[in-house]
Design a protein around this ligand. Structure first.
Ligand code: GLU
Length: 411
């Protein structure tokens, strides 16, 4: 498989070309400002220590501090982190929040660590990157396999060196400066986005069957919120397999089952299916909420849904895009559909800087405004210029960053 970064850079290059960006600016935006690669040593519970590789990549900060999550996953690589750092730049620009883009992670399977080892890993990684981040420099957050608890350990570790400052990292538990509504924000943002599209098409919620690939934080919250709104969530899956029920599953019950057993598989009120089969399931909306490259040139022709909602980062490859377009499938791109998390991270950062705690309704209504505006802008641009939603989203994101660079005089 080719480089994910080269693939995602292709989406950017298309937008840069359409916008007629000047060559040196085009090059500046297609490469990263800084890449930090660190060794993390973790003393193990039963003696000795293990060495892990961690990264923090900062892509662009023309619009504000670098911003983006930290993931703990065995597949983490520099190429992968570069891909997502760049995606974050376009995502924060599209959401119109005052941040640039960054991403980080550690190559590790956190499921193989004890709680105490996980804490030592989180703290060790934060010590290694602390000099390169900060509330006005680069603000990390949760991502795949990283939780509010991990953010709390990292914030605490940072504060040992630089003094307490909750705005250094977002996605923290509420008791240490987290925001109400942050946990559900990525799922809620995707739901807001889908709602706009469904309304635009004149569909009924009750007849809009949704299948969700990926049942982590984003996927499970999205399922819960959509079901509360009246959408039938007919199938969900995780890395171990999937479950299907014609009349819909109860997402909260599935989540409880997953918490108890480690997987959605075996949930009583549903049929077990192969995890991969969810891609080709008969439904109106397929949500890809797990890892990158879920829909590819190999399996895109199996998609039966009319809408693919990219709640994860880079879940659909450039090879899959034309195949889906040919089949009349609308893809709601990641930099839009997954923007709810970072939007509420922004609201958390604002609250932390002001030492305020907003009510959840206030957070959710600001999220609706930010997400609603971005969705409307993307749909309008796609309509007026005859573009796909991805092309329109990239045009808006790249254009905003380019404008900021020009206004600043490139430094
Ligand atoms: N990891 C999330 C994303 O990919 C959130 C990032 C953030 O809140 O900074 O958008």
């Amino acid at each position: 498989m080719g480089s994910a970064f080269e693939a995602v850079r292709g989406f950017y290059e298309q937008a840069a070309e359409k916008l007629g960006l000047e060559l040196s600016l085009r090059e500046a935006l297609s490469t990263h400002a800084r890449e930090v690669s660190v060794q993390v040593r973790v003393p193990m519970d039963f003696g000795g220590f293990k060495v892990f590789r961690g990264y923090r990549v900062q892509h662009n900060n023309a619009r504000g501090p670098f911003k983006g999550g930290l993931r703990f996953h065995p597949k983490v690589s520099l190429d992968e982190i570069r891909t997502f750092a760049m995606l974050m730049t376009w995502k924060t620009a599209l959401m119109n929040i005052p941040f640039g883009g960054g991403k980080g992670g550690v190559q590790v399977d956190p499921k193989l660590l004890s709680e105490a080892e996980l804490e030592r890993l989180s703290r060790g990684f934060m010590r290694a990157i602390a000099d390169f981040i900060g509330p006005q420099v680069d603000v990390p957050a949760p991502d795949v396999n990283t939780t509010p608890q991990i953010m709390a350990w990292m914030a605490d570790e940072y504060s040992r060196k630089y003094g307490p400052n909750p705005a250094v990292i977002t996605g923290k538990p509420v008791v240490v400066g987290g925001s109400l509504g942050r946990d559900a924000a990525t799922g809620r943002g995707s739901a807001i986005c889908l709602e706009r599209l469904v309304k635009f098409r004149g569909w009924n919620r009750e007849d809009t069957r949704v299948a969700i690939q990926g049942y982590g934080n984003a996927g499970s919250w999205l399922a819960i919120i959509l079901r509360d709104l009246g959408y039938p969530v007919i199938a969900v899956s995780d890395s171990k397999g999937g479950v299907f029920a014609e009349n819909g599953v109860d997402p909260k019950a599935v989540l409880n089952h997953k918490k108890a057993t480690g997987s959605v598989v075996g949930f009583v009120d549903a049929e077990t299916i192969d995890g991969d089969d969810i891609i080709g399931l008969d439904c109106e909306v397929l949500t890809v909420a797990a890892l990158e490259e879920a829909v590819t040139g190999e399996n895109a022709d199996r998609v039966k849904a009319q809408v693919v909602l990219e709640t994860a980062n880079y879940p659909v490859t450039p090879e899959a895009d034309p195949i889906l377009a040919e089949r009349g499938v609308t893809v709601v791109p990641d930099i839009l559909a997954s923007g709810g998390g970072v939007a509420v991270s922004y609201l958390e950062w604002v609250q932390d800087l002001q030492r305020e705690q907003w009510l959840e309704e206030r957070v959710n209504s600001r999220l609706s405004e930010l997400m609603g505006a971005a969705t409307d802008q993307v749909m309008a641009r796609a309509e007026s210029e005859g573009l796909s939603l991805r092309e329109a989203a990239y045009l808006i994101g790249v254009e905003r960053v380019a404008e900021a660079e020009v206004a600043r005089g490139y430094r």
